[in-house]
Ligand binder design. Structure first.
Ligand code: ADP
Length: 319
C-alpha cells in the first residue's frame, strides 16, 4: 500500500480532526502517502482531494469540526455514483481508504469494499450508537457540553422553582441523554430504549415537589420526541408548566476533550495498521479498554448496546 485516502462524512463530531492527524502522521511514519478527500463521498465523486503532509495536519488536534469538511451525498447511494468514486480512486492511485463517520458512512464504504477497494472505518459520531465499540469519537466531548448546559439551566431552574425539559441529540440512541442526565443529576431521563410512562414521570415530579425539591430537570432524547412535544404532554396530562431548552448543534461543536483526542489518536493509528495489512471492510473500536478492529457488518447489527443497569441507577439516584 503506497497511497491511502482519508475522508470524513455524515454528521461531524469533535475529535475528527485529531483522527485525521493521527491517520496522516502514522501513515507517513510508515512510509505511506496520504490524500485528504474533501466533503466526504461528494468530494470523492468530484475528485476534490489534496495531498496531506506532516505540516498540513498541524494545529488541528484541538479543533472541533473537520478540516476535510463533511457532507451528505445522495448520489453515492447509486451504483453510478459509486462507479464514479472508484474511477477517482484509481485515477489518483489511491490503494485504500480510511473513512470517519457514523453508520451511514460505514454503509457507503461497504459498497467500495465489495467492489474490491479496501476501506477501514473510524466511528465518528456524538451519538455513541455504533455496535462493536464501547465509545465513538465525539461522544465524550458532546457529553461534557451537555453537562455544562444542564448545570447552567439548573442555576436558573433553582432560582425560579421551575421544571425544565432539556432536549438532547443522539438520533435513535439514548446514550448521550442517559450519561448527561446521570452526570447532570436529572430527575427524569427519557430515552428511546426504555418505554416512557407519563404517569410515572408525573409521579416522580410530584413526589419530588412534596419532599421540597426546588426544581426538576427532565432530559429528553431527540429519538423519543421533541422537548416541545414532551412539554405539551405534561401540560395535557397533569397541567404541569415547564420550560424547554433544545441544545441543538452546540452539542456537535467544540474542542475535543482529552479522552476524545486520545481515542482519535489510537483509532487513527490502528486504522492505518489495518489498511496496511491489506484488510478492508473492517471497523475500528474500543472494547474493554482495548483498541480492536472487527468486521464492519457487525456495526450494522441491531445489538442492544444501551446500558439498562445505568438507566436503573439514574432512577435510583434521583428519587
Ligand atoms: P452518518 O455517517 O453520520 O450516519 P449519513 O447517514 O448521512 O451520516 O451517511 C453519510 C453518507 O454516507 C450519505 O450521505 C451517503 O453518501 C452515504 N451512505 C449512507 N448510507 C449509504 C448506503 N446504504 N449506500 C451507499 N452510501 C450510503
Amino acid at each position: 500500500m503506497k497511497r491511502i485516502g482519508v475522508l470524513t462524512s455524515g454528521g461531524d463530531a469533535p475529535g475528527m480532526n485529531a483522527a485525521i492527524r493521527a491517520v496522516v502522521r502514522k501513515a507517513i511514519y510508515e512510509g505511506v502517502e496520504v490524500v485528504g478527500i474533501l466533503h466526504g463521498y461528494q468530494g470523492l465523486i468530484e475528485g476534490k482531494m489534496e495531498k496531506l503532509d506532516l505540516g498540513s495536519v498541524g494545529d488541528i488536534i484541538q479543533r472541533g469540526g473537520t478540516k476535510l469538511y463533511s457532507a451528505r451525498c445522495p448520489e453515492f447511494r447509486t451504483e453510478e455514483g459509486q462507479k464514479k468514486a472508484i474511477e477517482q480512486l484509481k485515477a489518483n492511485n489511491i490503494d485504500g481508504l480510511v473513512i470517519i463517520g457514523g453508520d451511514g458512512t460505514y454503509r457507503g464504504s461497504m459498497t467500495l469494499t465489495k467492489n474490491g477497494f479496501p476501506c477501514v472505518g473510524i466511528p465518528g459520531t456524538i451519538d455513541n450508537d455504533i455496535p462493536g465499540t464501547d465509545y465513538t469519537l465525539g461522544f465524550d466531548t458532546a457529553l461534557n457540553t451537555v453537562i455544562e448546559c444542564i448545570d447552567k439551566i439548573r442555576d436558573t431552574a433553582t432560582s425560579h422553582d421551575r421544571t425544565f425539559i432539556i432536549e438532547v441529540m443522539g438520533r435513535d440512541a439514548g446514550d448521550l441523554a442517559l450519561w448527561a442526565g446521570l452526570a447532570g443529576g436529572a430527575e427524569t431521563i427519557i430515552v428511546p430504549e426504555v418505554e416512557m410512562k407519563i404517569e410515572e414521570v408525573v409521579e416522580r415530579l410530584e413526589s419530588g415537589t412534596a419532599r421540597g425539591k426546588k426544581h426538576s430537570i427532565i432530559v429528553v432524547a431527540e429519538g423519543v420526541m421533541s422537548g416541545q412535544d414532551f412539554a405539551l404532554k405534561l401540560k395535557e396530562h397533569a397541567n404541569i408548566e415547564t420550560r424547554v431548552s433544545v441544545l441543538g448543534h452546540i452539542q456537535r461543536g467544540g474542542s475535543p476533550t482529552g479522552r476524545d483526542r486520545v481515542l482519535a489518536s489510537l483509532f487513527g493509528a490502528k486504522a492505518v495498521e489495518v489498511l496496511m495489512a491489506g484488510h478492508g471492510g473492517r471497523a475500528i473500536g474500543i472494547q474493554n479498554h482495548q483498541v480492536v478492529d472487527y468486521d464492519m457488518t457487525e456495526a450494522f447489527e441491531k445489538t442492544e448496546v444501551f446500558d439498562q443497569k445505568m438507566y436503573q441507577l439514574s432512577k435510583e439516584l434521583s428519587i
